[in-house]
Ligand binder design. Sequence first.
Ligand SMILES: [Fe+2]
Ligand SMILES: [Fe+2]
Length: 316
Amino acid sequence: MFPELPTRVQSAFLSGPRTRPPSFRLDLLPGLRPSWAMKFIHLTDSHLVAPPQQLFEMDMAERLRAAVSSISVHHQDAAFCIFTGDVTHWGEATAFIEFRNIMNALPVPWYAIPGNHDLRQAFLDAFPDTPTGHDEFVQYGLDTPVGRFLMLDSLDEGQAGGVFCNQRMDWLQGELDNAGDADVFLFMHHAPMDVGINGVDRIRLSNGEAFGDLISNCPNVRHLFFGHLHRACHGSWRGIPFSTVKATAHQLALTFDPEAPIISSREDPNYAIVCINDDSVIIHDHCYFDEHKAFSYDRGAPEGSEGPPLHQADWD
Ligand SMILES: [Fe+2]
Ligand SMILES: [Fe+2]
C-alpha cells in the first residue's frame, strides 16, 4: 500500500471496513510514543437509542462502537476515558445498558456524567458504580497523577439547557477549597458560555456567569471540558482554557446566523486525546472514521526537474 513506509507503519493504516480498527498499535511502538505525565480520552454525546432503533438514519451504537475499537487499538496507554453526557437520546434504560456494554469493551476504565437527554436515575441504575453519594447529583472527583478531576452535573431534568444550582456550587466550592495546591480539571455537559451558535447558545448553562465567577477565582483550575455542542470548539473563557469535541453521534452544523435554530449535520464523529504535562495540556481531535485515509508524505519534485527546489533540498 505504501511501499516506501516501514511494514510496521503500513499495517497501522490498512484500510478496511470503517468500523474495524487497524491491526497495529502505532503509538505503542517502543521509541515512538511521546512522553506524557498522563493521557486520557474525551468522548461525548453518543445519543444511543433503544436497540434496534436508529436515530436520524444513523446507527449511533455502531458509531460509539467504532470509537471504542479505535481507542482499544491506539490508546491502551490512556489512563481512562471520560464521557461528558448525552449517553442516550430518549433516556431509555435499554439505551443506557447498550452504552455500558459497548464502553465495557474498552481496555481502560471509563467515567461518565449525564447530559440533558439523560435521566439521572436511569443513568445511576445503569452505572451503579458511579462514585457519587453526597446528594442526588451525579458529581464526583477523581484523583489522578496530574491533579484532581471534578465531574460536574449540569442537568436540569426536563430542560434542554443546563443549570448549576447553589447545592452543586457549594459542592464544587468545597472541592476547590480542598484541592489545595493540586491542579484541577473540570468536566460538565453544558457549555457555560456563548460560543456564537444560536441553536446551542440558547441551551447552554443558564447561570454560566455565576459558574464562571466561582471557577475563575480558583487559580488551580487548568482546563474545562464539556460536551453538548456536537462540534469541535476550543478557546479560553474568563482566563480558563476550555474544549469540547465532536459527538460520536450526529454533529451540529456551523452557522453564525443569530436566529438559526439547531441544525444538525452528518459530519463524521471524533474523540479527543488529551495529553497532560506540568506545563502543557495538548488536545488532539481525532476523526476515527478517517484512519484509512493516511498516506505517505512523498513530495516528489516539480515536473521536469531532477529534485526538489533548492530551498527545499534538505527537507526530509
Ligand atoms: Fe448531545
Ligand atoms: Fe446535550
